[in-house]
Design a protein around this ligand. Structure first.
Ligand code: FAD
Ligand code: UDP
Length: 379
């Protein structure tokens, strides 16, 4: 019987584990943390409010396949996330939309005139390479300074001109009044939380879970035919080409007894004030009824648990060197935000994990033939 060890019980590891178990493989999932769910883990805090210890996680996807896949393990609560940004003493919608511009500049633009406004302030760039290019090209320097420059410097410790375009491109510019943070077809929160969803996903007779186990400490003891690794790829190779930068956060959780609502929307961003980037109030996300409320502030830091790959060309080059080693491995598969060094959202991790599971089945000879692997886009 083919045995597989999966390092990491987050989205990437849990989905691979489930897929392999359902195909009859013996799967052991280890995580160095004492809980499942990776960074998407949620739990009740000391006051009984459901919180996300590693920062707010809002599920959204355009993929019916991924939504349907997760629906096997959870029901959903429809939820559309909204964000306000504290700028010039006001709280205005982000992404920037018609109302954002009207409120900031005292204008009365509408859907017919907003693009004309953007055209009058934008600084067209011939080549969009950096995050600065993306924003300045779309909305000009003043809005760039108000919303993006300070936030990005805080979040990444880098100026937007030092970061790949893809980072700021996550936030669109709107020429309508839509104030939702995401426009994906499916936007919802797991009805009983992420951890409950992970429990169901990992509840399978062919899956054994070991928590509080660090792969590097215990790798000698672990026997398997194949390893699936979802931790940082540079750590797997002993940082032999030097450390890949990952950005970290310090989370400051706070409970407000007797306060039903702390703020008007799920998240308020602070681009220009404070050492934290944003405050999230969990009850907006979860819909929980509770006489008090719990919030989290996110303070970006350089050292600490790896949370974000840092998208910029030199890091991509360094990653490619590690990836070249990874591609030579016959008995190891790398998947996930840390192992693939990609700024993946949760749904993208699910997609990558479904692919990786096919790859493992093919590599171990446990299932699909070459044609299936080809169809899955793995070759
Ligand atoms: P992780 O969740 O990081 O899981 C990897 C696991 O591997 C960890 O549990 C870790 O302990 C374990 N591990 C690592 N090394 C070892 C080792 N040596 N031995 C044993 N175990 C090890 N995505 C969204 O779609 N929507 C959001 O709103 C959203 N918000 C986010 C907010 C924050 C603050 C952050 C940081 C991320 C957010 N994300 C969001 C992204 C989301 O967290 C990731 O896409 C997803 O959780 C990554 O899953 P993963 O399994 O690849 O990695
Ligand atoms: N960003 C910004 N100002 C904001 C919100 C986002 O400059 O008010 C930039 C910043 O660089 C951030 C990136 O856009 O890191 C992506 O934002 P997102 O909200 O997607 O970040 P995440 O939720 O992944 O931390």
């Amino acid at each position: 019987m083919t045995a597989v060890t999966v390092v990491g019980a987050g989205f990437s590891g849990a989905v691979v584990a489930r897929e392999l178990a359902e195909r009859g493989l013996d799967v052991r999932v280890i995580d160095r943390r004492e809980h499942i769910g990776g960074n998407a883990h949620d739990r009740l805090d000391a006051h009984g409010v459901l919180v996300h210890p590693y920062g707010p996680h809002i599920f959204h996807t355009n993929s019916a396949r991924i939504y349907d896949y997760l629906s096997r393990f959870t029901g959903w609560r429809p939820y559309e996330h909204r964000v306000l940004a504290a700028v010039d003493g006001m709280l205005v919608p982000l992404p920037i939309n018609i109302d954002t511009v009207n409120r900031l500049y005292g204008l009365q633009l509408d859907e017919r005139t907003i693009q004309g406004f953007f055209d009058s302030v934008r600084e067209p760039r011939e080549r969009i390479l950096t995050s600065e290019d993306v924003v300045v090209d779309a909305v000009g320097r003043d809005l760039y300074r108000k919303f993006f420059q300070g936030y990005t410097r805080k979040q990444w410790g880098l100026d937007p001109s030092e970061l790949a375009a893809s980072v700021a491109a996550r936030i669109p510019t709107r020429t309508n009044r839509d104030d939702r943070y995401f426009t994906d077809k499916f936007q919802a929160m797991p009805l009983e939380g992420y951890t409950r969803m992970f429990e169901r996903m990992l509840d399978h007779p062919k899956i054994a879970i070991e928590l509080g186990v660090d792969f590097f400490r215990e790798r000698e003891r672990l026997r398997h035919d194949h390893l699936v690794y979802t931790g940082p790829i540079d750590a797997f190779y002993g940082h032999r080409y030097g450390p890949l930068p990952y950005r970290s956060l310090r989370f400051e959780h706070e409970h407000h007894p007797g306060t039903e609502r702390y703020q008007a929307v799920g998240t308020v961003n602070y681009p220009n004030e404070h050492a934290y980037t944003r405050i999230t109030e969990f009850k907006h996300l979860t819909g929980q009824a509770h006489p008090g409320t719990s919030i989290v502030r996110e303070y970006p830091i350089a050292e600490g648990d790896p949370y974000y790959p840092v998208p910029r060309p030199e890091n991509e080059l360094l990653f490619k060197r590690y990836e070249a080693l990874a591609l030579k491995e016959r008995d190891v598969t790398f998947v996930g935000r840390l192992a693939q060094y990609r700024y993946y959202n949760m749904d993208q991790c699910v997609g990558a994990a479904l692919k990786a599971a096919q790859y493992v089945l093919q590599k171990t000879g446990a299932a699909p033939d070459e044609a299936d692997a080809l169809a899955a886009g793995l070759r």
